[in-house]
Design a binder for this molecule. Structure first.
Ligand SMILES: NC(=O)c1ccc[n+]([C@@H]2O[C@H](COP(=O)([O-])OP(=O)(O)OC[C@H]3O[C@@H](n4cnc5c(N)ncnc54)[C@H](O)[C@@H]3O)[C@@H](O)[C@H]2O)c1
Length: 574
């Protein structure tokens, strides 16, 4: 690590640190208010593995000088400070910028100004708009008012209450010096690092020097560099539309919703570093990650699930295969598994023919260790999935007394443990990525329909339904939706492979053929379930019955469960 003093145009000295890999691309990190450069400690550790990382205390913060007059904190001067730092650490060539909060406001000013033209390769902005863009955004909302626009503007104004407070004389300083502000921030923002009184007091001039003039007379400020806006879902100060709706000034724009707070750089430094590294790699080599492609604003739509990665278990046949094809037709990349290598490969070939970057794996969903290895391999070779469909399942039919322990174990292992293993294998990486996602679990109408022949099967499917509902509540804060799909009678291979217990081999064969005929006559194809699955993912539906009989009985199970219990006593042997 090297520590330098850089002197700005007006003589103010700025404390600058350079860390990481000297030969890596140079990244300059600009902190906000009321932070200093230590905000970036976690991000520096991550980015520093492959990049040369520069941080500095902006004027008024940390170890840098703290000029007294508020005029010294104007945006033009702050952008000049950034330029002075860039000139010092990288006299020629380009640097990448990552900035947060007031750091972002300054960096936007620099990116859209003349002083650093041609010197910035990419810009990742977190929770800080250009003040000129923000002023224009507010004007837009009021110039063409609709209830939605007014509500959004009002929401942002409510989130900006502190800006007015900071314009008042004496009171904000008093709140900092008495410790009230620190205590308030600690209570409201668990991710924030302990703010320093000095940083809090001096940084107030940022607000006082800039908010009025910029909001009153915004300038059009276009940006010519690739920009990525990271919009934390739980940002209490900057709402997503304010910082994301800037496309008219930023043609090369991406917006990524990150599950986190305003201080996501402290709370989830790995997420911020990974996102920044992706944009840097894109600017350096032109290689664009799936997440960046997905976040691109204004790109021509390639389907409802363009640039999504979908994993589907048991996709060698039936509902799984059709769901894989439906996602691929809507632009997704799909990875499939099956216990049968051949059928999984067949599905993968069909997917590749549709232009989907498909992988096929032979994995038994009931094998937890195999599912974990599979998930790690997917993450390595394709990335973290956006959607996981736990579809693999088997049928089992017969009375409780005829069902052996082995039969129970097999159906529970595949239908319930398979779903549990799928969730356990993929959820940690989806949560860690912090960009949300969807889990889809194949339950069945048998979950809520009592039956004398599907007791064991229905038990596993009811468990999947219960698990899905609980998981949905647990994962809501991570932006990960959970959907249970409950089909009725669907024409697939399941009738050919369902085990009928308590009967001879010949009778089992007869029943398999009879139910295959029944399902064929019923004639509800798996592609229709696939259609329901895609729609349920888009809408984040909690429970989606599929087929008319599944829908009707779902309602009846709520309204008149006694009727269904009575009907269950009728002989349903095929
Ligand atoms: N077809 C229906 O009427 C119906 C109704 C309700 C629910 N479901 C459920 O839908 C899901 C898909 O069934 P389908 O009708 O498409 O059946 P299917 O038999 O056509 O397809 C199931 C696929 O899962 C695979 N599979 C089985 N065990 C596996 C394991 N341990 N690991 C990995 N793959 C495995 C099979 O090889 C097959 O390719 C199942 O969970 C099933 O219970 C089906």
């Amino acid at each position: 690590m090297s520590h330098k003093q850089v002197t700005a145009g007006d003589g103010v000295r700025l404390s600058v640190w350079v860390r990481g890999v000297p030969e890596g691309p140079t990244v300059v990190l600009v902190h906000g208010y009321p932070d200093n450069s230590s905000l970036w400690d976690g991000v520096v550790t991550e980015l520093g593995r492959h990049h040369r990382v520069v941080t500095y205390d902006v004027r008024g913060a940390g170890e840098s000088d703290k000029p007294r007059g508020r005029g010294a904190y104007r945006l033009d001067q702050l952008a000049d400070d950034l330029a002075a730092v860039v000139d010092e650490v990288q006299p020629t060539g380009k640097v990448h910028l990552v900035a947060h909060d007031w750091g972002s406001i300054q960096a936007w000013h620099a990116v859209t100004g003349d002083r650093l033209r041609g010197r910035i390769a990419s810009y990742t902005s977190i929770s800080g708009p250009s003040l000129d863009h923000a002023a224009a955004w507010f004007r837009d909302q009021f110039a063409r008012p609709t209830p939605k626009r007014l509500a959004r503007a009002l929401r942002q104004l409510l989130h900006s209450y502190y800006i007015l407070l900071f314009q008042l004389p004496v009171l904000p300083e008093l709140m900092w010096r008495t410790g009230a502000m620190r205590a308030l921030m600690r209570r409201l923002e668990p991710d924030v690092k302990a703010p320093k009184t000095s940083d809090g007091v001096h940084g107030l001039k940022l607000y006082r020097a800039n908010m009025g003039p910029r909001m009153a007379r915004p300038q059009p400020r276009p940006a010519e560099v690739p920009v990525q806006v990271l919009a934390p879902s739980g940002d209490a100060y900057v709402t997503a539309p304010l910082q994301a709706e800037v496309q008219r000034w930023v043609p090369d724009l991406r917006v990524r919703r990150i599950i986190g707070s305003h201080w996501v750089a402290c709370g989830k430094p790995g997420v911020v570093a990974a996102a920044a590294a992706e944009l840097i790699a894109y600017a350096e080599s032109g290689e664009e990650s799936r997440a960046l492609k997905r976040a691109r604003v204004g790109a021509p739509a390639r389907g409802r699930f363009a640039h999504r990665l979908v994993v589907i278990t048991g996709a060698g046949s039936g509902i799984g295969r059709e769901t894989a094809l439906a996602f691929a037709a809507e632009g997704a990349d799909v990875v499939v598994t099956d216990v049968h290598e051949e059928t999984a490969k067949e599905t993968a070939k069909m997917l590749r023919d549709k232009g989907s970057a498909a992988g096929a794996y032979t994995v038994d969903s009931s094998d937890g260790a195999a599912m974990t290895r599979f998930a790690e391999q997917v993450a390595r070779e394709f990335g973290v999935p956006d959607i996981v469909v736990n579809n693999a399942g088997i049928g089992l039919s017969g009375s409780f007394v005829d069902t052996s322990v082995e039969d129970w174990e097999r159906v529970v292992d595949v239908n319930l443990w398979g779903v549990i293993h799928g969730c356990r294998a993929f959820l940690p990486m989806m949560r860690e990525r912090a960009e949300g996602g969807q889990i889809v679990n194949l339950s069945s109408a048998a979950a809520y329909l009592p039956s004398t022949t599907l007791g064991a099967y229905g038990t596993t499917k009811a468990a999947v339904l219960a698990l899905s509902n609980s998981l949905r509540a647990e994962l809501a804060a991570d932006g990960i939706g959970v959907t249970a799909i409950c089909p009725g009678l669907v024409r697939t291979n399941i009738t050919e492979t369902t085990r009928f217990v308590g009967v001879t081999e010949a009778e089992q064969r007869r029943r398999q053929q009879a139910s295959t005929k029944l399902y064929a006559r019923r004639n509800f194809g798996p592609e229709k379930v696939a259609h329901d699955i895609l729609r349920a993912v888009e809408k984040n539906t909690a429970v989606q019955p599929s087929t008319p009989e599944a829908k009707v009985t779902y309602v009846l199970s709520r309204l008149t469960p006694g009727l269904l219990r009575a009907a269950a006593k009728l002989d349903a042997t095929p």
